[in-house]
Design a protein around this ligand. Sequence first.
Ligand SMILES: Cc1cc2nc3c(=O)[nH]c(=O)nc-3n(C[C@H](O)[C@H](O)[C@H](O)COP(=O)(O)O)c2cc1C
Length: 162
Amino acid sequence: MTFDARAFRQALGSFPTGVAVVTAAPPEQHPLGITVNSFTSVSLDPPLVLWCLDRRSDRYHTFTKAPGYTISVLGTAHENVSSRLAKQGAHHLEGIELLPTELGPPALADALAIFECAAEAAHEGGDHAILVGRVLRFAMREAGAPLVFFRGRYGALAASSG
Ligand SMILES: Cc1cc2nc3c(=O)[nH]c(=O)nc-3n(C[C@H](O)[C@H](O)[C@H](O)COP(=O)(O)O)c2cc1C
């Protein structure tokens, strides 16, 4: 059986997701970030989340070696930031509005939610690594519309008809 990788990728894109930026603060370097839509919750007790990182990413070693990272859930106003941090090699955070965090890696200002994580585990996941983070601190704001990713495009939630 032939497996059409491009069609597979397109089919996966039919699952709408939110978008997040994961930041790390490597020692003696500027903090950096990456746009991800693989973020998901794993466990409430203990509080665990995960995201998946492409092994080919320039940022692979930084994130897999990081003792922790911060996950910022993006709103519709973050679309440009999301596009920028999804560009190959464009990792730095200069010019992006940031919030300092207690554990180190900065969060994005106006994020809908912020999860400060300690690296808990890294699992093999084919051409990606599955990075599990233990949430040590978190914050959320009530207001704000989530940035949505669906079939390769950004969008927003439609207003509820109910
Ligand atoms: C909406 C969106 C979601 C993405 N989600 C992921 C993801 O979950 N994991 C990942 O490794 N890359 C993801 N990417 C790709 C990375 O943001 C980035 O483009 C890729 O790592 C290539 O850059 P690099 O080699 O400089 O790291 C996503 C890109 C976009 C636009």
